[in-house]
Design a protein around this ligand. Sequence first.
Ligand code: MSP
Length: 726
Amino acid sequence: MNRPKEKFYITTPIYYANSRPHVGSAYTTIVCDVIARYKRMCGYDVAYLTGTDEHGVNIERAAEKQGITPQQLVDKNEKIFRELWKLLGITNTEFIRTTEPRHARAVQNLVRRTQERDRALEPSQRAIYKAKYEGRYCIYDNLYVSDTAEPADCQICGRPGELVSEENYFFRLSAYQEKLLELYKSNPHFVHPDFRFNEVKSFVESGLKDISISRKSIKWGIPWPDDPEHVFYVWYDALTSYMSGIGFESEDPQKRAEFERFWPADIHAMGKEIIRFHAVYWPAFLMAAGIELPKQIIAHGWLLFEQEKMSKSKGNVAYPEPIVRVLGNDALRYYLLREVVFGQDGNFSRESLITRYNADLANGLGNLANRTLAMIERNLHGVMPNFGVSGSTAETFKGENLGEIAQLYGRFEFSQALEKVWGLVAACDKFLAAEKPWTYADDPARREALERTLLTAADVLRIACVLAHPVIPDATQKIWQQLGQAGKIEDVRIDQLKWGELKSGTKIGKPEGVFPRIDKKEALERIETMENEIRNPGSTQPDESTTTTKKPAEGANTGTSAAGTTAIPAGAPGAGTSPAAAGTAPARGGTGAAAAAASGAGAAATATAAGAAPAVPAKIGIEDFAKVELRVGVVKSAEKVAGADKLLKVLVDIGDEVRQVLAGIAPSYAPEELVGRKVVVVTNLAPRKMRGVESNGMLLAASAGPDGKAVLCTFAEEIPAGAKVK
Ligand code: MSP
């Protein structure tokens, strides 16, 4: 009998909609998404809520500054949040805006419930009462900074608090000190990490003061029930979104049932500066209303940029969109989860992001996938053989406990989980280097050994993809398909993963690179150009990457990666940029191969790398095409060029002579794989030296798909070396 799935409910804080999100805001959402995806892969039915915090003085003032209404401002920004979450592959199941009527109804009813319970109590014990408030208030963090009129600065942002003097509704927080301490005692994991929990306990132990939960002087908020001169204090309003977002007090019975199923929240996740609101105020508000409490509050540190907390008001923000467009969605997710130890502050830098991308994603997982799949395609006719590999894989990698790696996600040790997965990738690289399957790929007597070796590598790839899927969902799904595995990788149980369960006998998908190598300088330039455009719209030249909604990897390809991955440069390194650019965006003119041969110059590469859309080239006459001499070549030998990780030195027979050509295909082909292969050679390019080695010609390749992996042009039928290609 099928047991119903257990539920799991996770929330992000709702984001202030006074400005657009930056990488710091994206961090909380990505962390929650990784947890949500992980829990689904453990068999849970997951609800994941995010949303926007749209009330308060800071919104009112930001709108005033822009000469628009608060509603117009939040409508504009809310869209940007939603679009960004889509771009980042966030799998939230719900989105709540605090300006929605369903939310106002929930907030008002929460207070009504509290007042209802209060009726049975003496006035001096009631949770909600009216009194005069005088104190300092920070409009940016919505924090009551002090309860006297004396000037005082905000503890979170350091700005001076504004004087507030008015009659308010108060919440008797002081009466909840003991109850909260009991809650902490009976739930030793209520706040994670422990050191944050200790801060919370000390705060509560030092005594709690009642807090004002309404404001009279502002208009942009939810009116107090039956007393509309007051609006709700934004934190009372905002915290209630965790319930209104999943159907609390909904008019729709189906939504109410959803609330019954998913409440209480299993995890409220947030940055460290807002723990107090969640671990102190929120449980007290709920206790007063007689509602079950959330199970756990988890807090991460801050992303620091230029030594300070990344924040719009400090002006030191990086935006996620340009990064995603240049490097892809997975790159940002991977970097943040790998680089920042959850719970601690972490530095963000675009340089280290690109370095990680190239080292771990392009050269690590991406390269392992390319090599393994290409060898299966070439040497095993693209079919996973039909015999068990469990013995061999389990033996080679038996030191790795897969269950333990998966559990690291459950303990929020994301960085450690990824380190382990990349440990497997490195171990597999070592295994292949020792095994050297390409040396016996053509030896029929060693066919079984070849199958075992490649299946072992494929099995490691499968395992690495499942384990990394919560963090890099796009690439892992692609590799999954390329491995010929059925269904969606997200449906695989990450907590039941075993070695040797690769589905064999299947035809593998088309091997395509998932992480093209990126040229750091070019990528930085493109990211910065797009960032400037976000900061000062209209300040830069129209840039295809900022104006299209192209898939991220395409953005990655068009400008930056090709020099590294698909270049087949005889002359300029830029010559290789063209095939990839043209291959992925044919509208720009020409097929990859033809464009590569015809242009062969760095100029085209530079134009695309800078992000500017190149002019559509004019049509060329046949006489122009005839200037390019193309011949069939047969590869005699190939080897790596010392000091250049992308280049191979290829000796190629073109009929009447053997040419030496340098080709930037090392990320896609092992030298041994090339020997005997028929290729297309541009034979009349002027010779040129790279790394002190002469290149006398160019090999044609296409870059298939969005990822720019070089695929050499070849021939299906017999044709002798030296034959003209025209
Ligand atoms: N609106 C409140 C939350 C109400 S929840 C009931 C709020 N909004 S916020 O937009 O300022 O912050 C939302 C989240 O973004 C918080 O988790 C915050 O910690 C996170 N971050 C904002 N800047 C950040 C960094 N520089 N680094 C990491 N996280 C950061 O607070």
